[in-house]
Structures are given as C-alpha cells and as structure tokens.
Write a new protein. Structure first.
Length: 66
C-alpha cells in the first residue's frame, strides 16, 4: 500500500511529531507508515485522513499487489 502522507504533512506544514500527537501514536509509527514499513489500522488511517480533511483513499492507495 502506497501513501502520500509525507506530501500531506508538507502541504499542512505538520511535523511527524505533530501528526503523531494528533492521532495518539508515536513519531516512529508515523515514520514507519511514511516509509511503507507499517500499514496502519483502519481506525488509524481514518484518524490521519481526518487531520488533513481528506478521504482515506486519497492518502492511502491500494496497489494491485496488495
């Protein structure tokens, strides 16, 4: 699963730490998601999408291989 989380953070000028605090996870979790080393739970993906006012499918892109 790809994501454009890093791009969204840049647009909104939000650090990994800021986003982590807003969705109640560690900064390392946000880093792992951005690095495609961790796929967030549905609940976490929804929380992240809400921070940016976007739909989950606009931030997290399901690939054919998933």
């Amino acid at each position: 699963m790809k994501n454009d989380l890093k791009v969204q953070r840049a647009i909104f000028n939000i650090t990994q730490e800021d986003l982590a605090n807003k969705v109640s996870v560690s900064r390392q979790t946000i880093h792992a998601i951005e690095s495609n080393k961790y796929i967030p739970s549905t609940t976490l993906a929804i929380k992240i999408a809400k921070v940016f006012g976007r739909g989950v499918e606009e931030i997290f892109i399901l690939e054919e291989s998933d």
